[in-house]
Design a binder for this molecule. Structure first.
Ligand SMILES: [Zn+2]
Length: 545
């Protein structure tokens, strides 16, 4: 189906022809057509600048239409209704009106006043932008601080689809599109007004004020306000004159805005939350400052009573969202009860897996204060909440002396930290705690060097194991054989004490087996206990300097 075009123009003379005028009277219409052919006149579509021709309808009525095989044009798009096509025709006709021309020129001139706009980058209705799908000629185009901005003037009602297609085109080509609306009421309820309003998530609209001597762009936006009596947030349309440098650029949607509705919304919700939960926030502040366990009862039930959204808001307000700044701060001041409360309260959703502190880490800050109650419980909890050791932590641990509290335990502490890091779940860490000696023993066999224990030879390590870790000794024996230290132990067993204990161990059929411990061993030493599972290199010998 070929659609008629209402407006065409002659590129040589710039003369515009309106089909409604040219073909109104039959004789004049025929004369126009004759001249067109006789003079090989070129006529172009106003919307796409492609060649147009004159076609003769069945009842002798004439139309302009596109040449066959010209590229896509809004006026050829069959998905518009008759009424919508009419609106688009109107829009193109408006482009020829003085008001439209005036505005274009005024905007172009205004852009020229900015030092950050390269004058050579300003095009007023004379630059075609093409991509593989479409071509567009924006009313005004410029480059501001490396960003391309297109201005499209809208003086009449347009089909929403036409507006959406414009947006898609500019977004696809990484150009910020600013609609200049001349007669638009953001509070209006007409369909076009609503379409435009919800087109952009920021809900900012612009018009160009050329009425006063100092021309300016005017942004209309929703300002959020709080009704104190009703404790409700509401929004009011308002406007401000803005400069290009006042604009924010949304690099995802390629939209410009002055005040983002979304940001305004979250700012206000935050403000409202603070207002509503003043007492709770004061109690939490006091709890932080005094770090006194007895204060928990003052706010715990208030926190438990918060819904999901309010809990998220609370975390954001107090700094327990993804940046975890508050936890870091609390660790630096050794606020044990505070840390413990927030890490243990199940309704508070702390996700430490997204921590972005590379060097000033939470782990180091929990280890550093000389005195910190529940230090190891807190450490387990941070791993439970997804904390992962960083390279900086590894380097830190190589020289950290754990405040010299029992130097003999230093390597055990380090092994424990690496194990928590590998296990990640609180239950598994608790199971690990019950078999830590077994883990040090197996790890010693793996490294062929005694770590975590003070023994000087493997026979002492083995004698200790068979004496102290009965419920896991079967696994220890399996590991000794796997890592090839079993024969060494037998060779070192000059007095045969280990052999005797081992025979006795085998005779006792009522040995309990620690299955939870076995589960942990399978995770940490998959190569021995779970050969089809994933082997994790959770600790290296060089980590135990
Ligand atoms: Zn066209």
């Amino acid at each position: 189906m070929e659609y008629a075009i209402r407006h065409v123009y002659d590129p040589d003379t710039s003369e515009l022809y309106d089909a409604h005028e040219v073909f109104k009277h039959r004789e004049l219409a025929y004369a126009f057509r004759k001249d067109f052919h006789a003079n090989d006149q070129i006529l172009l579509c106003r919307a796409c600048d492609e060649r147009a021709t004159i076609s003769l309808g069945s009842k002798g009525k004439m139309h302009f239409k596109h040449f066959p095989n010209t590229p896509d044009c809004d006026l050829k798009d069959g998905s518009y209704t008759r009424a919508e096509r009419h609106q688009i025709e109107e829009h193109y006709a408006n482009k020829e009106r003085p008001r439209h021309k005036e505005l274009k020129q005024a905007i172009g001139k205004w852009l020229g006043t900015f030092t950050d706009v390269d004058p050579a980058s300003v095009y007023i209705d004379n630059k075609f932008l093409k991509d593989t799908k479409e071509k567009r000629r924006p009313d005004v185009l410029c480059t501001f601080n490396g960003k391309r901005i297109a201005f499209e003037i809208q003086l009449s009602t347009l089909p929403p689809k036409y507006i959406f297609k414009r947006h898609d085109f500019y977004k696809r080509n990484e150009i910020y599109l600013i609609w200049i609306l001349d007669d638009f009421d953001p509070a209006g309820q007409s369909q076009t007004e609503k379409d435009i309003k919800y087109l952009t998530k920021h809900q900012n609209f612009f018009f160009f004020n050329d009425a006063s001597p100092r021309h300016s762009l005017v942004a209309q936006y929703k300002k959020g306000l709080v009704n104190r009596n009703l404790n409700k947030v509401y929004y009011k349309w308002t406007h401000d004159s803005v400069d290009l440098k006042d604009l924010n650029f949304d690099e995802v949607d390629y939209q410009c805005y002055f005040v983002s509705y979304e940001q305004e919304q979250s700012k206000l919700e935050l403000q409202n939350f603070k207002e509503t939960n003043k007492n709770l926030l004061n109690d939490l502040r006091e709890f932080y400052l005094k770090d006194d366990e007895r204060l928990v009862s003052k706010f715990h039930f208030d926190i438990e009573a918060l819904g999901f959204d309010d809990l998220t808001m609370l975390q954001k307000v107090i700094g327990l969202d993804n940046n975890h700044e508050l936890l870091l701060k609390a660790a630096k001041s050794a606020k044990s009860y505070f840390l413990l409360y927030f890490l243990e309260t199940s309704s508070i959703n702390i996700d430490l897996s997204k921590s972005n502190n590379i060097s000033d880490t939470l782990l180091q800050n929990i280890l550093l204060p000389p005195k910190m109650l529940f230090r190891w419980k807190i450490i387990q909890l941070i791993f439970h909440h997804g904390y992962t050791m960083t390279e900086s932590d590894r380097t830190f641990l190589k020289t950290f002396n754990f405040h010299e509290d029992m130097p003999g335990l230093r390597l055990q502490r380090i092994i424990n930290l690496y194990a928590y890091n590998a296990l990640g779940q609180r239950t598994h860490m608790e199971w690990f705690e019950k078999i830590d000696g077994t883990v040090y023993t197996v790890l010693s066999a793996k490294f062929n060097k005694i770590v975590g224990h003070g023994f000087h030879n493997f026979i002492s390590l083995a004698n200790n194991a068979i004496h102290s870790y009965k419920s896991t000794f079967t696994f220890i024996e399996q590991a000794f054989k796997f890592y090839k230290v079993w024969d060494k132990i037998i060779a070192e067993d000059k007095k045969q004490t280990f052999r005797e204990k081992h025979e006795q161990f085998l005779r006792d059929k009522n040995q309990p087996t620690n299955m939870e411990g076995y589960f942990v061993l399978k995770l940490l030493f998959a190569e021995v206990f779970n050969p089809t599972g994933k082997t994790v290199e959770w600790i290296k010998l060089e980590d135990l300097q």
